[in-house]
Design a protein around this ligand. Structure first.
Ligand code: FO1
Length: 320
């Protein structure tokens, strides 16, 4: 099971997908970034995972489709409509069909499963919930909807706090809870996504954090930091603004009782002694496809070795 946000997480999800073989991977994806834009329901992280696993993602940007055209955006600009969030022509087809089906009463998870089938993806891709959860960012400029903060304001406002609207009443997928409870997953990998923006929305969903803390399966997280910095995105900036030092130690403490182990970049190896759980220091920067596969293999074998060493019993005995 991979827990994943958008671009950074999807890279490792692709590595896992390629090394684990047919039908072996389940990806639980953040939907806190979802929003209504131009009357369409956009699910950026879901689409990033779908396009990445289907080999259709734009490699440069990490989100959206490769070889995209922008005719619709040009028309929107001509009409002086909202043009701050870029929707490519190919990508729009997905938003239109998803919105149409949601309005007909279909669950997001059923729509995503169908899209994944049509894109010949053999992994199970699941939204973290069919119920709406919206990540809101408290900033020095006021409360901003996630994409307003992330795209429109380019993560510039200082973050004071994050809210996960709807998370308390959102239900996680039943089959994930059941599989976590009976230890069906060989490993649970928290991908190197932004802990507060992409992973916490999932952990705030009623029952999911508890299910992860109690699972007999080994749980490892991959730190999104390299040398104390985020490769892309605002993870380090946000941690600092929230009064925390951007380090592997902070990431491990953030996930706390959930973790059996932390995978961190070799550039952060000096942080290892301060981390409360076993660590694996390796190359976490995923430039090539081989990098993604290598990191995926490292995560899985690290998780297996922790399970063999009885690490998961230690976690389940630790106070939450
Ligand atoms: N990110 C941007 O920085 N600018 C955009 O205009 C933009 C459009 C967009 C459209 C569809 C989609 O699936 C993703 C898109 N993203 C864009 C990425 C997205 O905002 C973020 O990467 C995630 O929400 C954070 O994980």
């Amino acid at each position: 099971l991979a827990l994943c946000g958008g671009v950074g997480g999807a890279k490792l999800a692709l590595g896992l997908y390629r090394v684990l073989g047919e039908n072996a991977l389940t990806v639980l994806v953040n939907t806190g970034d979802d929003f209504e834009h131009l009357s369409l329901h956009v699910s950026p992280d879901i689409d990033t995972v779908l396009y990445t696993l289907a080999g259709l993602a734009d490699r440069e940007r990490g989100w959206g489709r490769e070889a995209e055209s922008w005719n619709c955006m040009e028309t929107l600009r001509l009409l002086q409509a909202e043009d701050w969030f870029l929707l490519g022509d190919k990508d729009l087809g997905v938003h239109i069909e998803r919105t149409h089906r949601l309005r007909q009463g279909e669950a997001l998870s059923d729509i995503v499963r169908d899209f994944a089938d049509r894109l010949s993806i053999s992994a199970q891709i699941l939204p973290m919930s069919d119920d709406p959860v919206r990540t809101l960012v408290e900033t020095d400029e006021g409360l901003l909807a996630f994409q307003e903060y992330f795209v429109r304001r380019r993560c510039e406002p200082a973050v004071r706090g994050i809210r996960y609207q709807g998370a308390d009443s959102a239900r996680p997928p039943e089959r994930i809870l059941a599989a976590l409870a009976d230890g069906s997953f060989d490993a649970v990998v928290i991908c190197p996504s932004n802990p507060v923006l992409s992973i916490d929305p999932m952990l705030r969903i009623a029952g999911l954090r508890e299910a992860l803390a109690a699972t007999p399966s080994p749980v490892v997280a991959v730190s999104p930091l390299v040398g104390g910095r985020a490769l892309k995105g605002p993870a380090a900036k946000i941690l600092r603004e929230l009064g925390q030092e951007p380090s592997a130690k902070t990431i491990a403490a953030h996930y706390g009782e959930l973790l059996d182990g932390l995978v961190l970049d070799a550039a952060d190896a000096r942080d290892c002694p301060g981390v409360a759980v076993p660590t694996l220091s390796t190359k976490t920067v995923m430039t090539s496809l081989e990098d993604r596969e290598d990191l995926a293999l490292s995560c899985v074998s690290f998780a297996r070795s922790l399970a063999e060493r009885g690490g998961t019993e230690q976690r389940r005995r630790r106070p939450g």
